[in-house]
Every structure is written in structure tokens, then in C-alpha cells.
Write a new protein. Sequence first.
Length: 202
Amino acid sequence: MEQKCANCWSPSETKMKSLIERKKGVFFSPLLHLLIKLKISANMVSYFSAIIGLVSTVYLFFDIKISAILLIISFIIDGIDGSLARITKTDNIQGSITDCLCDQVVISSSTIGLMSIGILNPIIGGLYLVTYPLVITFAILRNLINQPRFYVFRPRIIGYLVFIVYAFTKIDIINLVTLILSLTLIFQVITDFYFLRKYLHD
């Protein structure tokens, strides 16, 4: 029973994710069946998504619009792995952890990239870099002790969107939005930390 809960998703997220995966399974059906014929696994899709995300970070230093397009592609590919796992009946904890890790690789690399080219303030970016993986870590720990959060705040889509908007319109709200997201993540980290301390002490 504990192993089933040992992932990085809260129960409410799992229900929502299951519904979305079914919808995506219908929408991407031809592509998913092609991937099955090619014997491409869900984990391979996750790794490929991460690689595209890393390439997107590299392109920050050369062409920010291409970087944004690659990030969109990475995000779309990342949305396929769960549907593929369901169809092939390989959706398990290991796959969930792999997906979360690959997501974090793209989040971290893109954040570091934005700081490196001077778009994102290093202090704000540093807060985001530290707090995001802590939120995921605490989510996994709470699931392991069967005390999951109702909902885990994961703002990567918001972060991606403000970057994409900047890349194509030069409307710069990246620092403001990232600061708000970081403060929200800090609040979640603090509440999870004290919850775990109290739970383990009791």
C-alpha cells in the first residue's frame, strides 16, 4: 500500500492527472500507437523531453525565440509519456519518479539559463531553484508516510508561459512572477517541514 503512494503526486492531482491522461490518450492516439510499434517506452519519452529542454537552455545564448519553441516542444513531449505508460500498462512509481526528475532537470536548467543571460535576477532565480525541488521532495516524503497534501503547488507551467511571452513579445514580468511563485513555494516548504516534524515527533 505504501509503495503505491510513494510518488510525487497528491491524491487530488492523481485523479486530475488520470482524467487528463485519458483525454490525451484519445487525442494523441495515432502517435502513441506509432511509439508502441517503434518500441519506445514512456521513460524514453521522458528522457527525450528532458534532452529537448536542455537544448532549449543552450539556445538561450543564441536565439531566445528558438529556445522558447524548443521549450514548448519539450513540454508537449513531456505530456505524452503518461498516456503512453497507461496504454502499455507500464504506469508505475518508477515512471512517476522518472517523470518528476526529468521535469526538474528542465526547470533547473532553464532557470539557470535565464539567470546566466541576465533576464532573471539571481537571488529570485536561486530561491526558485532551491524551493521547487524541496516541494517535490516533501511531497514524496508525505506520500511515503501516507499523509499526502491535498494539492502540491507546481508552478512550472506559469514559469514557462511568462518566458514564452517574453521571448515573443518582450513583455518582461519574469522576475515579478518568479518572485511570487518562489514565495508561494517557500510557504509550502515551511508548512510541509513543520507538518513532518510534528508528525514524526508524535
